[in-house]
Ligand binder design. Structure first.
Ligand SMILES: Cc1ncc(COP(=O)(O)O)c(C=O)c1O
Length: 451
């Protein structure tokens, strides 16, 4: 007979956390009356955790509890929290003003850095978020090609505009997924008539591109999917680029997470591939809101209509604002200057951590595995090969939810989307400490017979 689940360890951890996070509890109660939604999900706590300050690889909550921060601001903080060069650039910019709408020279500073790092970008256009960047890029590709459909992959994430929220219907055939939408409020004709859903890491994607070539403006791919962090995508991406070229379909790498994180030149550098367009966000803003589209000049000319390129309208009150540009320029310069040591260090920590966690899980018979792409990772609560999001089951969902509460109790914070990041500010000792917290959390689940 299966041993009984007790939840004793879970309840103890929960009670301890509740007792030492009363400030967060009060903040949460207050917010609930005016905030329609909490932007940041934490864990299955009775209340979210409210953070008061961020330093290096750490966060401090409103009650003074200190955590190792694996959130990295949802990815942007490749250099950690509050890197000195970015703080200095922000302070200097504040002396001069932070928003006036008219051009500022910092825009060209950041644009030059991105164009130099990005294999495909002759020019870039800034926005305030990755969402806006992918939205503008789709519009640009539609205008440039005169075709209307955009293809996305099963398991992808490209932000929250209506086109990006086209998702594969989980009940549709894996190799020929049909398009649905995530959440309501999106006109049915968007997934039905303007989008195409492709299977990820599956050769049938190439067939579907060939079949739809006359309607298909653009294929958008995360060169590393955040739902499925792994680096063994070279063959798939290489063939995808070839098929798109042969069929006169544009290819875009959505590098909002991977840009300046997987390598300085993002996945374009890592895989040695040059798509037609790339989108950026997160890391290029130095922690301030940003997005950017980059690409071949003849396509990018659509932003202004230069050289008779089909014009698209794009705008944004705060796009290219001096404060974001100052922070982004300082952060990207730091990453550029440290690139020879920074990226090998991040890859080394990710690989070392993956080996430690996966060896521990295998030795202990724990049905979990860590998927890693350089410095970002996702703990999957199941054994066996994971090909893509379609392979993710829900049998260990309860263990997964409780794991993150134990982790928080052990001083490590990972956001509710469970995608975690190491930064340059995490020392090898921090990584060891995170591993110890993982071990302790797994063993607590074991004691409760949850795993
Ligand atoms: C690959 C990718 N594209 C686009 C976005 C949207 O960016 P933002 O949240 O800045 O709108 C994200 C955000 O996580 C992302 O991971």
């Amino acid at each position: 007979m299966a041993e009984k689940i007790s939840e004793a360890r879970f309840e103890k951890a929960r009670e301890e956390l509740v007792a030492r996070t009363q400030g967060s509890a009060e903040a949460s109660t207050r917010a609930a009356s005016t905030l329609a939604m909490e932007v940041v999900q934490t864990v299955v706590m009775p209340h979210p955790i409210y953070i008061e300050r961020a330093d290096g690889g750490q966060l401090t909550d409103v009650d003074g509890n200190v955590y190792i921060d694996l959130t990295a601001g949802f990815g942007p903080n490749v250099l950690g929290n509050r890197p000195e060069a970015v703080q200095r650039a922000l302070a200097e910019q504040i002396e001069r003003g932070w928003h006036w709408g008219i051009h500022n020279p910092l825009q060209a500073d950041l644009a030059e850095l991105i164009c130099e790092a990005s294999a495909c970008a002759d020019t870039v256009a800034f926005s305030n978020s990755g969402t806006e960047a992918t939205m503008f890029a789709m519009r640009l590709a539609r205008a440039h090609t005169g075709k209307e459909k955009v293809a996305l992959f099963d398991g992808s994430y490209h932000g929250v505009h209506d086109y990006a929220l086209t998702k594969a219907d989980a009940k549709s055939p894996r190799s020929e997924p049909s398009a649905n939408t995530l959440g309501g409020g999106i006109p049915g004709l968007i997934p039905r008539e303007t989008m195409l859903m492709l299977p990820y890491r599956d050769a049938n994607a190439f067939e579907l591109i060939r079949k739809n070539r006359d309607d298909l403006a653009l294929v958008v791919v995360e060169p590393v999917q955040s739902s499925n962090p792994r680096l063994d995508n070279a063959d798939f991406l290489g063939e995808l680029l070839e098929v798109c070229r042969e069929n006169n379909v544009l290819l875009m790498f959505d590098e909002v997470i991977t840009g300046f994180r997987i390598e300085y030149g993002g996945c374009q550098e890592y895989y040695g591939l040059t798509p037609d367009l790339a989108t950026y966000g997160k890391a290029i803003g130095g922690g301030l809101p940003i997005g950017a589209v980059g690409g071949r000049a003849e396509i990018m000319n659509g932003f202004t209509g230069k050289d008779d390129a089909p014009f698209i309208f794009a705008g944004g009150t705060f796009s290219g604002n001096p404060l974001t540009m100052a922070a982004g320029t300082a952060a990207v310069r730091c990453m550029r200057d440290q690139r020879d040591t920074l990226y090998p260090y991040l890859h080394e920590q990710g690989a070392r951590f993956q080996k430690a966690v996966n060896t521990f899980c295998a030795d202990e018979g724990i049905p979990a595995q860590l998927m890693v792409a350089g410095s970002f990772f996702h703990l999957i609560f199941q054994s066996g090969e994971i090909g893509g999001q379609r392979d993710l089951g829900s049998e260990n969902r309860r263990a997964e939810r409780q794991f993150y509460l134990h982790l928080l109790d052990n001083g490590v914070i990972i956001p509710g989307i469970h995608i975690a990041f190491f930064s340059a500010a995490h020392t090898p000792e921090d990584v060891d400490q995170v591993f110890e917290a993982f071990q302790a959390s797994f063993l607590a689940l074991r004691e409760d017979n949850i795993l």
